[in-house]
Write a protein that binds this ligand. Structure first.
Ligand SMILES: [Zn+2]
Ligand SMILES: [Zn+2]
Length: 158
């Protein structure tokens, strides 16, 4: 589920960097570009593996620090995964996710979801609701075909 990066995305990226006093380096552009293009919610290690051939001097720590800076300045988001490994998301639009429990792949659902309800009044009192991020647990088509497993009807879509 890749998306090709547009010039406008790079322009807003460079504007974001300038506004937050970040130097625009080739490495930073490459990291952001990879996040945008892969659309796979990669971990720091995924980014490291993907960029190590093109940027042999780029360390895991530098990538991790860069991703955390991107996150802290509101350029990207962090998605929790069941394994506890941080995954990064360049899609800042309101959306939900499908998370394959077999291979760990994470897919965006961009269409507005049918409303699954708001916070119950009792739980919501005193809290300010900032957003909602639904994660559906699924077995993706690739895993289904390779393992011959099938989704139990309805279990992932309750
Ligand atoms: Zn899978
Ligand atoms: Zn996402």
């Amino acid at each position: 589920m890749s998306q090709s990066i547009r010039t406008a995305d790079i322009e807003s990226f460079t504007r974001h960097c300038r506004e937050h006093g970040m130097k625009i380096t080739l490495q930073r552009v490459a990291i952001y570009r990879y996040l945008m293009e892969s659309g796979a919610h990669p971990s720091t290690d995924d980014v490291f593996q993907a960029l190590r051939d093109d940027f042999p001097g780029l360390s895991f720590d530098t990538i991790n620090r860069t991703l955390m800076t991107f996150y802290q300045t509101g350029l990207i988001d962090i998605v929790e995964s069941r394994t506890g490994v941080r995954r990064f998301d360049a899609n800042m639009g309101s959306h939900s996710h499908m998370h394959c429990v077999s291979c760990g792949a994470m897919f965006d659902i961009d269409d507005p979801l049918p409303d699954h309800g708001c916070l119950p009044q009792a739980d919501a009192s005193g809290f300010e609701l900032l957003g909602k991020n639904v994660v559906f647990r699924v077995i993706c088509p690739t895993c289904r075909s390779s393992e011959g497993r099938s989704l139990r009807e309805g279990s992932a879509w309750k």
